[in-house]
Write a protein that binds this ligand. Structure first.
Ligand code: HEC
Ligand code: HEC
Length: 458
């Protein structure tokens, strides 16, 4: 075993050099490490959990009205937007955007989740009239890679819309070309994949004090961790890869504007990708707003309120602690999962991936004083995956401890999707996680395997 140990350290170095040379040269994010050849002395990812999805339904204990608003919100979350509302009934798309519906990006394993196996941005690009095709997506999107949003370091990390409405039947007169991405050097490109929105109401209901209680500069193994905070009111922010956003509603308003180009009451102005965009503005703003003439009370609040109701009342993913089969045909036993959970705590993964936090007193009894088994402290840490982008108090090196609930059915891992299995995701941890990862490397392979099997049970 001591023979293999030192060489395991070299494996990621070997892979970085061979599979990810561009990353070293340009600081660009590499393609997922899918299909990385592993030596027989390494644990394997048993693959995404098969069987019941265990995700996508409402949280238990809602009132009849809360459930009605959840269901109405789910419908809006699943809608496809068009430019004027004449094709799909929901207006405001563009001028620039990354895709035309929330559930298109948040899809795996059900609406609210993350990137599906086939990149919907490229699938929909080929649907006539849906997205203005750009020929310049090489190195940005791949058919079997994750949904990606591109940020530009030189623009302070601002999101670059990859598509425009030019050429659509409902946007005659708009001549805004899709950006020529060849002009954006690899060193300026940063990528983010979608985070799942399951269980967000529970995360929102955790008090600031509960999160701040875990902040500490000197935890074991060189771990620290601090809360990201709003520059406006100093309160703890918690949503997104850098914990950069304060609330579900704010994230919904921002996503509608940034990803789909739909202006709304929280983000009331159109994003202008290149200053002036004559001929591409078709609607009065905000395009989405509370509709006081709407006779259906469930839709009176407008789309952003509907998204927020859906995500707030969406249940967390259900784990499978008593064993499961995977899409690769592997069966994992309860005994292995139990051992893996013990390993997770004994080597210190739990120092950042806190198994459970508790909500405070919340206006909805279904969210009040509840355990939140998210496997995250919601603090930001430097684990060596930094992208140079500052968001709020999170600096260019820091990311939020990614919640691990639902990881059992995930296809892509880490903020830019650089890993497509959990052993690679662990190997990419560095920085503050060094002490824990070196303990992981010292484990026997069966113990490592139990840990991986435990992750896929979540
Ligand atoms: C083009 C793909 C895409 C579309 C369309 C999209 N999202 Fe997202 N979503 C993302 C990405 C990428 C992130 C991660 C952003 C980050 O943190 O940098 C994200 C993150 C989120 C989060 C944060 C969840 C968390 O873990 O804290 C919420 C909430 C969210 N999206 C809601 C929505 C809603 C509502 C819509 C529809 C209006 C939507 N998204 C449409 C790609 C998309
Ligand atoms: C110092 C804090 C820290 C420690 C210790 C730590 N992690 Fe993480 N983990 C993070 C952060 C931060 C991220 C997100 C990094 C990114 O996306 O760039 C992450 C991401 C992950 C992911 C990917 C999840 C996703 O949504 O893509 C997995 C899986 C994971 N960690 C498992 C583990 C395991 C297993 C251990 C123990 C061997 C561990 N982590 C130890 C902070 C930590």
């Amino acid at each position: 075993m001591n023979f293999v140990g030192p060489y395991l350290y070299l494996l990621p170095v070997f892979c970085l050099l061979t599979c990810s040379l561009p990353f070293l040269l340009f600081g660009q994010n590499p393609q997922p490490t899918q299909g990385r050849i592993r030596s027989s002395g390494e644990p394997i990812d048993p693959g995404p959990r098969a069987g019941a999805k265990g995700a996508g339904a409402a949280i238990t204990g809602l009132t009849a009205n809360e459930l009605a608003y959840f269901t109405a919100g789910a419908e809006v979350f699943n809608e496809i937007d068009d430019v004027k509302g004449t094709l799909t009934g929901s207006k405001g798309l563009g001028p620039a955007f990354n895709l035309d519906g929330c559930a298109s990006c948040h899809a795996q394993p059900s609406a609210g989740g993350t990137s599906p196996a086939l990149n919907p941005q490229l699938v929909r690009k080929n649907v006539a009239g849906a997205l203005n095709p750009t020929e310049f997506l090489d190195g940005v999107l791949t058919p079997s890679g994750p949904v990606r949003e591109m940020r530009r370091l030189s623009l302070g990390g601002g999101v670059q819309g990859l598509f425009t409405i030019k050429g659509r039947s409902d946007a005659a007169g708009c001549n805004l070309d899709a950006p020529d991405l060849r002009n954006i050097p690899a060193s300026d490109r940063r990528f983010r994949i979608p985070t799942p929105v399951f269980g967000l109401g529970l995360i929102e209901a955790i008090s600031d004090e509960t999160i701040a209680a875990n902040e500490a500069p000197n935890k074991p193994f060189g771990i620290s961790g601090r809360a990201n905070r709003s520059g406006n009111d100093g309160t703890v922010t918690r949503f997104g890869w850098k914990a950069q956003n304060k609330s579900i509603a704010i994230f919904a308003g921002e996503a509608y504007n940034v990803e789909q180009g739909v202006s709304n009451e929280l983000f009331p102005n159109e994003r202008r990708p290149s200053g002036s965009i004559p001929g591409c503005l078709f609607n009065a703003t905000p395009e989405d707003h509370a509709d006081l003439d709407q006779s259906n009370p469930l839709r009176q609040g407008g789309d952003v309120a509907a998204f927020a109701n859906f995500m707030r009342f969406l249940a967390p993913p259900a784990p499978s602690p008593s064993g499961y089969a995977t899409t690769l045909g592997i069966t994992v036993t309860a005994a292995s999962i139990t051992s893996g959970q013990a390993v997770f705590s004994s080597i210190g993964c739990n120092l950042c991936h806190t198994p459970s936090l508790t909500t405070g007193l919340h206006a909805s009894p279904a969210l009040s004083n509840k355990p939140v088994n998210l496997f995250s402290d919601l603090l930001v840490h430097d684990v060596g995956t930094g992208d140079g982008i500052t968001q709020g108090a999170a600096n260019g090196s820091e990311f939020r401890t990614a919640p691990l609930w639902g990881v059992g059915q995930r296809l892509f891992f880490l903020h830019d999707g650089r890993a497509s299995d959990s052993p690679s995701a662990i190997e990419h941890h560095n920085g503050e996680a060094n002490g824990v990862v070196s303990r992981y490397r010292q484990l026997s392979v069966p113990a490592q395997q139990d840990l991986i099997n435990f992750l896929r049970s979540l």
